[in-house]
Design a protein around this ligand. Structure first.
Ligand SMILES: NC(=O)C1=CN([C@@H]2O[C@H](COP(=O)(O)OP(=O)(O)OC[C@H]3O[C@@H](n4cnc5c(N)ncnc54)[C@H](O)[C@@H]3O)[C@@H](O)[C@H]2O)C=CC1
Ligand SMILES: O=C1[C@H](O)[C@H](O)[C@@H](O)[C@H](O)[C@H]1O
Length: 346
């Protein structure tokens, strides 16, 4: 048995996922691709998946008889329509973050999936499958540091694209921390405030960079999240949790230590592909395995996508107001009670 995957969006991560589906993972093959840039779609199919049919658009791809599952890797604003079309066709769908660019859009997907009656959606929150974050989750579940009190995290990129805007620091970048931290803490967000430190000269005039986001959870944990997308030195993801009995942090990315020319140090990764390569493999293999067993999707759900979108909306509101904003969520439906990615997967 093989899960035949159709990929919507053959850009950076779309190509990365096609390559892993074709060359690294088991039980899947890419039988269809589409991109609004048809030349790119044809080039990517010819490079990574010669058997794949290139379709003119997502609708035709989703309707194809040799597509069992859909992978959405297009631009964020296009995700909602593709996911809703896949649900309408009864096909499981892996959607890169964000699930939709608004909370209302995510809720439309939640309602459509609940109406379908079986979980078919997995959202690309890969940090829940990262071995470092899974070790943090296991340590918290074993109460190694006692009750968590404070969290400090860092999300730094080398530089941002011209198209990158101040709100994208939340909706495109911090969305990863927004999802992984409430999952780690087994807690919910209550308030958020956004502070703008002195702006780096390396940020374009329209962009506020860096930013500090202060989140408070219902259990009273305070999270300080730094977003710095023009840090220049590397792609640096850090997370430290201070509890009543100790402190625990994400492990450093393994790298050889070089001593030469009177200096000692390690290389710093420059982009996200390498940093989370194993996590992308594990999350996508989990998606494929659910398809092979014809089981409900077990990864980060459409509800997780909705929670992230509601929280991101509040963060963007806090950017604009400069004040503390509340984060209010309805009760999680029973349909979504199963949690994704447990420490056993470490
Ligand atoms: N989980 C992660 O760590 C990462 C997730 N992403 C997410 O993946 C998505 C894609 O990001 P990138 O690959 O970096 O962007 P990209 O710009 O490199 O690729 C997106 C591709 O989608 C195509 N596209 C746009 N709208 C489309 C539509 N309606 N139908 C078909 N194709 C369409 C574009 O022509 C482009 O080729 C974004 O939502 C982004 O947030 C991106 C990087 C890392
Ligand atoms: O999803 C991603 C990547 O995973 C990086 O962590 C972010 O820095 C980037 O902004 C976003 O596209």
């Amino acid at each position: 048995m093989t899960v035949r995957v159709g990929v919507i969006g053959t850009g950076a991560i779309g190509q990365d996922h096609i390559r892993r589906l074709e060359c690294k993972l088991s039980g899947a093959k890419v039988t269809a691709v589409t991109d609004v840039n048809q030349d790119l779609a044809r080039k990517v199919a010819n490079t990574y998946a010669k058997q794949a049919t290139v379709y003119a658009n997502d609708r035709e791809l989703i309707a194809a008889r040799d597509v069992d599952a859909v992978l959405v890797a297009s631009w964020g604003p296009a995700h909602e329509a593709s996911v809703l079309a896949a649900l309408e066709a009864g096909k499981r769908v892996f959607c890169e973050k964000p699930l939709a660019t608004t909370a209302d859009g995510c809720m439309r997907i939640v309602e459509a999936e609940m109406a379908h009656g079986k979980r078919l959606v997995q959202v690309g929150f890969m940090r829940r499958f990262d071995s470092g974050y899974l070790q943090l989750k296991q340590a918290l579940e074993q109460e190694l540091v006692g009750e968590p009190l404070m969290v400090r995290c860092i999300h730094r990129n080398v530089e941002s694209a011209e198209s990158y805007t101040t709100d994208m620091a939340i909706t495109d970048t911090l969305i990863h921390e927004i999802d992984v931290l409430h999952w780690l803490l087994n807690d919910e967000y209550q308030h958020v405030r956004v502070l703008y430190p002195k702006k780096t000269k390396h940020a374009l005039p329209h962009l506020q960079d860096p930013q500090l986001v202060l989140l408070e959870t219902k259990k009273g944990v305070i999270i300080q999240a730094e977003i710095f997308v023009n840090c220049k030195y590397g792609y640096d993801i850090q997370c430290e949790i201070a509890g009543e009995e100790g402190v625990i942090s994400l492990p450093d990315v393994p790298a050889v230590r070089l001593c030469s020319n009177g200096r000692k140090g390690t290389e710093v990764l420059q982009d996200w592909k390498k940093r989370f390569e194993a996590a992308y493999d594990v999350e996508l293999q989990a998606f494929i395995d659910d398809g092979l067993k014809d089981e409900p999707a077990s990864g980060p759900s459409a509800w997780d996508g909705y929670v992230a979108a509601v929280t991101a909306d509040a963060c963007v509101k806090a950017q604009e107001s400069g004040r503390e904003e509340s984060i209010e969520l309805p009760k999680k439906p029973a349909f979504y009670q199963h949690s994704a990615a447990t420490p056993e997967q470490v």
